[in-house]
Design a protein around this ligand. Structure first.
Ligand code: SAM
Length: 260
């Protein structure tokens, strides 16, 4: 089985993942992912959360009444996720589960770190094999690094700009050791993940921009602190979430697909 690239493993072993979506603007990704998944999942589903990290989504899915299991290749994540659901070591490229054994397979992260298309299609085929219903796959958008570095004011640094531009053009994101912005990753165009999902034998049912354009807005952190404004932001992002011309502006896209 292909292991994680050493720098990807080292990045997640830092232990930042457990807090990433619990504070600041990261909460937009959390609440929007939750909002979309709550509309897609059938009630009381058997769910396999592949690359589920520290269990941030597994926890609320279990509270919602789903029967959730989590797989992740990082032992720290497995230990953290075990607080909420049964969790075990595993890799999206080779799932240790029988055919058609889950109602839903979530791939909210593994595709970020598979730079070869053949590996991404392999992970999607594995998800298709073990589900009898739905697969939901998250991807980072092709222009996320360009937008994010511009938002942070770091696009004006020549080396940061060169990497963001290369990612926008080719998809592969390869930061230097000195640049801790993210780790080695693949950034998809929305139609590119749809084609990979179809090649894995799944029928695409819908695509959803997770953060829409809201993640780029200066006031977003404050708006999310205010429950009334947060609800308004979530409403607004529901309006634009599947508009094809706006999908690429979001930081992440969820692609929902079914076994035909
Ligand atoms: C950005 S985190 C996302 C965690 C969580 N699913 C979420 O949505 O917040 C990406 C996760 O994918 C996991 N991962 C990376 N490559 C993987 C692979 N080949 N198979 C399974 N999980 C993988 C990482 O260990 C990490 O927990």
């Amino acid at each position: 089985m292909t292991d994680l690239a050493p720098e990807v493993r080292a990045y997640y072993e830092r232990g930042d993942e457990d807090q990433r979506l619990r504070a600041g603007a990261g909460r937009l990704e959390f609440w929007r992912t939750q909002d979309v998944l709550r509309r897609l999942l059938p009630p009381r589903a058997r769910v396999l959360d592949v690359g589920g990290g520290s269990g941030i989504h597994a926890a609320w899915l279990a509270d919602d009444g789903h029967d959730v299991e989590l797989l992740d290749p990082v032992p720290l994540h497995v230990a953290q996720a075990s607080r909420y659901v049964p969790a075990r070591l595993g890799n999206a490229l080779e799932l240790d589960a029988p055919d058609a054994s889950y109602d839903v397979v979530l791939l909210l992260g593994p595709l970020y770190h598979l730079l070869d298309r053949a590996d991404r299609v392999c992970a999607l085929r594995e998800a298709a094999r073990v589900t009898r219903g739905l697969v939901v796959a998250a991807t980072i958008n092709r222009f996320a690094a360009l937008h994010d570095t511009l938002r942070m004011g770091r696009y004006f640094e020549p080396d940061v700009r060169a990497r963001a531009s290369a990612t926008a053009e080719f998809g592969a994101h390869r930061p230097t050791a000195a640049d801790a912005l993210f780790t080695t990753a693949y950034f998809h165009a929305p139609d590119e993940i749809a084609a990979e999902v179809a090649e894995a034998g799944l029928a695409v049912g819908g695509q959803y921009g997770v953060e829409g354009a809201a993640w780029l807005m200066g006031g977003i952190g404050e708006w999310l602190d205010d429950p009334a404004r947060r609800a308004d932001v979530l409403d607004a992002m529901r309006v634009t979430e599947s508009v094809p011309s706006l999908l690429g502006v979001s930081a992440h896209v969820l692609t929902a697909a079914r076994v035909p």
